[in-house]
Design a protein around this ligand. Structure first.
Ligand code: OGA
Ligand code: MN
Length: 300
């Protein structure tokens, strides 16, 4: 069966049929998937109960898979593969995390609109989130199309933001959630970083808004003015017409482009219902401001 795509939203997010990621991919199928990724920005593959190795191997087709670190919190324990982020409410012994466990805080922060790893100097190109166990009636993930959101801006707004750079920091986004308990080591390892506000994709020629809960202010602007602009853009980009809400089933794998979409987790009964997902994160090559400057030099 050839690879095919069925859109779940008018501007992005397609469900893929005709692929079994547990089997080796032919070159044609890989090319079709990659073209679909560029076009739709988010791809859903149903019924893919992959092993960790299969999950990592497929992710590596898109670029280098980062090694997940535990620097956000104090426990050294890892329940999942070293290249996976543990997106669950499950403890090492398989039980649901207690209410006061600090790992809960970081999962809660996923409920803020964001795109992964913009708080790192070299941010992420894409993420691949695989559902192992889900509540079935809640715990959806919402996605927003930042290309469509950019396109819908007034020309004056586009001109105003074209050259702007925002500062991103995980310490900032966690602070908005009331978490300020980072270790000094974690803070030193994750200083604030600059990212462009508008990303150009030279492969597709499209532009996208590039914002996230991690963005604290606009570089070179008074704090309040930059904050107001970021809040305005966030509110614009997450209007219902740009958003798709996904109800998970076990075995769903979602691949999203972190350069042109945002996402957030939604509520579920996390003290009683089990939700177990695991994510690989594929790194970009360079910082987004460096990339923009390099592309301009090449074009000149
Ligand atoms: C993530 C994330 C949202 C969710 O895995 O990067 O933000 O619904 N997940 O679990
Ligand atoms: Mn995320």
């Amino acid at each position: 069966m050839p690879v095919s795509f069925e859109r779940r939203h008018s501007s992005f997010f397609a469900e893929v049929a005709g692929v079994d990621l547990q089997k080796p991919l032919s070159d044609e199928d890989w090319q079709a998937i990659y073209d679909g990724f560029k076009k739709h920005a988010i791809l859903l593959f149903r019924n893919q109960p992959l092993s960790d190795e299969q999950h990592v191997t497929f992710s590596e087709r898109f670029g280098p898979v980062i090694t997940a670190t535990n620097y956000h919190w104090r426990t050294e324990k890892r329940r999942v593969h070293h290249q996976m982020a543990d997106i669950s409410n499950i403890d090492d012994d398989g039980s649901i995390l207690p209410a006061d466990d600090e790992r809960r805080m970081h999962t809660l922060a996923n409920r803020l609109w964001h795109t992964d790893n913009t708080f790192k100097y070299v941010p992420s190109r894409c993420s691949l989130l695989l559902a192992r166990e889900v509540p079935g009636d809640s715990g959806d993930t919402e996605f927003a199309d930042m290309r469509a959101a950019y396109d819908a801006l007034a020309q004056e707004k586009k001109d105003e933001i074209e050259e702007l750079v925002a500062e991103h920091s995980i310490v900032h986004s966690r602070k908005t959630m009331g978490y300020e308990d980072f270790t000094e080591g974690a803070k030193n390892e994750l200083p604030p970083v600059p990212q462009v506000l508008v990303r150009h994709n030279i492969e597709t020629g499209q532009k996208a808004l590039y914002i996230a809960s991690h963005a604290s202010h606009v570089v070179g602007w008074p704090q309040e003015k930059g904050r107001a602009l970021l809040d305005e853009l966030l509110a614009h980009a997450t209007q219902p017409q740009f958003v798709y809400r996904h109800r998970w089933r076990a075995g769903d794998l979602i691949l999203w482009d972190n350069r042109c979409t945002m996402h957030r987790a939604t509520e579920y009964d996390d003290l009683n219902a089990r939700r177990d997902l695991q994510r690989t994160t594929v790194s970009d090559e360079i910082n987004s401001v460096e990339r923009r400057d390099a592309e301009r030099r090449n074009a000149a």
